[in-house]
Design a binder for this molecule. Structure first.
Ligand SMILES: [Zn+2]
Length: 705
C-alpha cells in the first residue's frame, strides 16, 4: 500500500531522457525500471514524447493530441516502476516546439517585437505562448489524457518566456484588454507600461499553471503537479515568480544544480543558493533542486564523481530533494554511480532527512524587486542564447554583489537562511538576530517600515550601498527609506569608479578586530552619505590622481558606519562592498563581516581546524529531540571541475549553548562520535570529513520547539 502524501518524504528523483522514437521501440521497460531502482531512485520524471529537436506530436502514450504513437510505452512501464517502489511523474514539455511542427501552428508561438517567431530555442526550435488559446487547449488535452493512466503526477518543463517576447496576437489583445494600451516596444524601465508588461508576463505564466493544475486534478485529484520554477537569479525575462506559482503546485523545484562550461565561473554552492531560496518560497511544500549530471554545454559528458556528490550534498544540506538528470545514453559511468551512492545514502537515512527545518539566526535578503528593477546580470542557461547583461542603469551588479555576500557567509561558517520580500514580516523576522541586505536597492515603503520596526525592536542590520534608495519600481528617491536606521542623510549620490583607491579604518571598534591594515582597497563605487547619528568606522580616501604618487588624504565621505537605532544596531557600508568581495575575495572584507555576524547574532556552531571551503548548515526536526549538522567539503585541488576532494582530519565541531547530547553519530562514516564539554560548549570530534557528512545529535530535550 503506497502511503498518503508520498512526496513529503525524502525523494531521489531520476530523469533519464529517453532517446528518439526509433530507439524507444527497443527499450525493455522492466530493465529500465530495474536500473533506476538499483541506483537508489525512488521517483522519476519520465519523458513520454519524442522531444529531440522539440515537441512534434510523437507520444509514447495514448492521447488525442498525438500525430503518431510508435508505442504505448507508458502503460508497459508504469507497473514495472511501481512494482519497484518508484513514483512516476510525467515530464511534460511545455516550452519547446519543433520548427517543422511549429510551421503548422504559427498561432501557438512566441513572437519578438519585430513580429518574428522565435525559432532558435536551444539552437533550433520555437517556444509556445501561454496566452495562445489553441496551444493551451492542445497542451491541456495531453494532460487530461495522461491523467487517465496510473501516473503519480506531472512535471511541467516550462512554461517560460524567451528573452525579448512576447508580442504575439494573443498577448497583444490580452494586454490591451487588461491595461488599455499596447505592449511597449522599448525596454524602458521608467515607462509604467513596461512595468505592466513585466507584471503581465509573470501573471500569464501563473495563470497557465493554475489551469494546468485544474485540468490534471479534475481527472486525478491525488496526482501532484509542479513546474520548472525559478532558482536564485533575476527572473523578469523568463517571468517565473515562485511566490505566485506556489498556489498551484505541490512542490517547488528549480535548476540550481545545472553547471555550464567553465565551472570556476560558477559558485561551488550554487545548489545551496537555490535550495535556501526555495525553502523560503515554498510555503512549507517540499523543494527539489534539479542537478544535471552533465558538464553542460556538453550534454552527453558527465561531471566528475566528486562534483556530482557535492551537488547532491549541497542540495540535501539545505533541505531540498535531489533530482538527477542525464540522457539515457549517458546514464552509466562514474558520475552516475556517484549519484547512485548518494541516493542509497539518502534512502538509508530518510528518518534524519524528512521534515527538517533550518535554525539559522541570520537572514540574507534576496530582493526580487531589486533583481528586476535595478541592474543585475543573469547567469548563462541553456534557455538564454547568452549571458544577459542588463543595460547600464545603475552602478552595481545586484546579482554579483549578492553572490559575493553569500560566498563570504559560507566561507565564514555562518548559518543563514535566504529571505525575500514576502518574508519581510515582523513575525518572520523575529526569529533572526541579524538581517543582511547587500545593496537591496529597490524596496517598497511597507518593506522598509517593517525592517525599521524590526531594528527598533532590537533586531540588527548589515546593509550596503544603495539599499532602500529606490522605490520598488527602481525610481530614485530623495532619501534612503532607511536613512534613520543607517543614521545618515543622503548626499550627492554615487561616485566612482575607483579602481586603485582606498578607504581607511578610523576606529578601533570590535567590527575591525583582526583586520590586517588600516588602509584597505575600497569598493569600485561609493555613495555619498552624511552622518547624523551614526559613527564612521572607515572613511574613503580622496581619489588617487595617478599611480605611484603620494597617498591622498581622507575625504569627507564615510565608507563604513555604525548606528544604534532603538534597541538594535545597523552596520551600513556606503559602497558596493559585496561586489568587490565577489571579484577579489579581500580577506579583510570577510573578516569585518564575520566580526559583525559574531557581534550582532548568537553563534550556534563554530568549526575548529577546518578550512573556509567547508560549508556548515544546522537543521532540526520540529517535535523531535534531534539536531543535524551538515558539513559539505569543497576542498579541491585549486581548480574545477574538482577531481578529488581533500579530506579534512580531526575536525572539531563546537556547539554553543546546547544541552549535552545523549548520543552523537556521523551518518556517512556510520560511527558514533566522541564529545566533551569545554566551558559549557559541546565539542564533537570528527575523525575525517570526505565530501559530505551529517552528524546527528540526540538530546533529552527538544532544542528549538
Ligand atoms: Zn504571446
Amino acid at each position: 500500500m503506497l502511503d498518503e502524501q508520498w512526496w513529503r518524504k525524502p525523494l531521489t528523483i531520476a530523469d533519464f531522457t529517453l532517446p528518439d522514437a526509433e530507439e524507444v521501440l527497443k527499450i525493455n521497460p522492466a530493465q529500465l525500471a530495474e536500473a533506476k531502482s538499483r541506483l537508489g531512485f525512488n521517483a522519476e520524471h519520465l519523458g513520454c514524447s519524442d522531444v529531440w529537436g522539440g515537441e512534434k506530436g510523437v507520444f509514447y502514450f495514448k492521447t488525442r493530441i498525438a500525430r503518431s504513437m510508435p508505442r504505448d510505452f507508458l502503460s508497459e512501464y508504469l507497473p514495472e516502476a511501481h512494482k519497484r517502489g518508484i513514483r512516476v511523474l510525467i515530464y511534460y514539455n511545455v516550452h519547446w516546439i519543433n520548427i517543422e511542427f511549429g510551421k503548422e501552428h504559427p498561432d501557438w508561438l512566441q513572437v519578438n517585437k519585430e513580429g518574428k517567431i522565435i525559432d532558435f530555442l536551444y539552437g533550433s526550435g520555437n517556444s509556445p505562448c501561454v496566452n495562445s488559446p489553441s496551444w493551451r487547449e492542445w497542451s491541456f488535452q495531453g494532460i487530461e489524457d495522461l491523467a487517465s493512466y496510473d501516473v503519480d503526477g506531472i512535471f511541467l518543463d516550462g512554461p517560460a518566456y524567451y528573452p525579448g517576447t512576447c508580442y504575439c496576437k494573443n498577448c497583444q489583445e490580452k494586454f490591451k484588454r487588461k491595461y488599455g494600451s499596447n505592449i511597449p516596444r522599448k525596454e524602458d524601465w521608467k515607462d509604467p507600461a513596461w512595468r505592466e508588461f513585466i507584471e503581465f508576463r509573470y501573471e500569464s505564466i501563473a495563470e497557465y499553471l493554475r489551469d494546468a493544475e485544474k485540468t490534471l486534478k479534475k481527472v486525478k485529484p491525488n496526482a501532484i503537479i509542479y513546474m520548472n520554477s525559478a532558482g536564485l537569479w533575476p527572473t523578469w525575462i523568463e517571468a517565473r515568480d515562485n511566490r505566485r506559482l506556489m498556489s498551484y503546485q505541490d512542490m517547488l523545484g528549480a535548476e540550481g544544480g545545472f553547471l555550464y562550461y567553465d565551472l570556476r565561473a560558477q559558485p561551488l554552492w550554487k545548489p545551496g543558493m537555490t535550495a535556501k531560496l526555495l525553502e523560503t518560497q515554498s510555503s512549507g511544500k517540499p523543494t527539489v533542486v534539479f542537478i544535471a549530471g552533465a558538464n553542460k554545454g556538453w550534454d552527453e559528458y558527465l561531471l566528475t564523481p566528486a562534483e556530482t556528490k557535492l551537488l547532491y550534498a549541497e542540495t540535501i544540506a539545505n533541505g531540498a530533494n535531489p533530482w538527477y538528470g542525464v540522457s539515457l545514453s549517458s546514464a552509466k559511468g562514474p558520475g552516475v554511480l556517484a549519484a547512485g551512492e548518494m541516493n542509497r545514502f539518502i534512502m538509508g537515512n530518510t528518518e534524519y532527512l524528512e521534515h527538517t527545518t533550518s535554525i539559522a539566526k541570520v537572514g540574507l535578503f534576496w530582493s526580487k524587486r531589486t533583481a528586476d528593477f535595478y541592474r543585475a546580470s543573469i547567469p548563462f542557461a541553456d534557455f538564454h542564447p547568452k549571458e544577459v547583461k542588463i543595460e547600464e542603469r545603475k552602478a552595481a551588479d545586484y546579482f554579483a554583489g549578492f553572490q559575493g555576500c553569500f560566498e563570504l557567509l559560507v566561507r565564514s561558517h555562518v548559518l543563514f537562511d535566504i529571505i525575500d520580500e514576502e518574508s519581510i514580516k515582523l513575525e518572520n523576522l523575529r526569529k533572526y538576530d541579524l538581517i543582511i541586505a547587500p545593496n537591496s536597492a529597490c524596496i517598497s515603503k511597507d518593506c522598509a517600515d517593517t525592517i525599521r520596526e524590526y531594528v527598533r525592536d532590537g533586531g540588527n542590520l548589515v546593509a550596503s550601498f544603495e539599499f532602500s534608495r529606490y522605490d520598488e519600481y527602481g525610481v530614485l528617491l530623495k532619501e534612503f527609506r532607511l536613512a534613520e536606521v543607517f543614521g545618515v542623510k543622503a548626499g550627492r549620490g554615487v561616485f566612482g569608479p575607483m579602481m586603485m583607491d582606498y578607504m581607511s579604518i578610523v576606529s578601533d571598534h570590535p567590527f575591525v578586530e583582526g583586520v590586517s591594515a588600516k588602509l584597505l582597497p575600497c569598493p569600485a563605487f561609493g555613495v555619498e552619505v552624511i552622518p547624523v547619528t551614526s559613527r564612521a568606522i572607515a572613511m574613503y580616501n580622496e581619489k588617487m590622481p595617478a599611480r605611484y604618487v603620494r597617498l591622498p588624504p581622507l575625504s569627507k565621505n564615510p565608507a563604513i558606519l555604525i548606528n544604534k537605532y532603538g534597541g538594535g544596531s545597523c552596520l551600513y557600508i556606503a559602497g558596493n562592498f559585496f561586489d568587490h568581495y565577489n571579484s577579489y575575495h579581500n580577506p579583510d572584507y570577510r573578516r569585518m563581516i564575520a566580526n559583525a555576524v559574531r557581534l550582532m547574532s548568537r553563534t550556534l556552531v563554530t568549526l575548529d581546524n577546518c578550512p573556509q571551503s567547508v560549508e556548515v548548515t544546522l537543521r532540526h526536526q520540529p517535535g523531535k529531540c534531534r539536531m543535524l549538522i551538515h558539513l559539505v567539503n569543497f576542498t579541491g585541488e585549486m581548480t574545477r571541475p574538482i577531481e578529488s576532494v581533500l579530506p579534512i582530519r580531526d575536525l572539531k565541531i563546537v556547539l554553543h549553548g546546547f544541552d549535552k547530547p545523549r548520543y552523537a553519530k556521523a551518518l556517512r562514516l556510520n560511527m558514533e562520535l566522541d564529545w566533551e564539554e569545554v566551558e559549557q560548549n559541546v565539542v564533537l570530534k570528527l575523525p575525517v570529513l570526505q565530501e559530505y557528512e551529517i552528524v546527528v545529535l540526540e538530546s533529552s530535550r527538544k532544542p528549538f520547539d
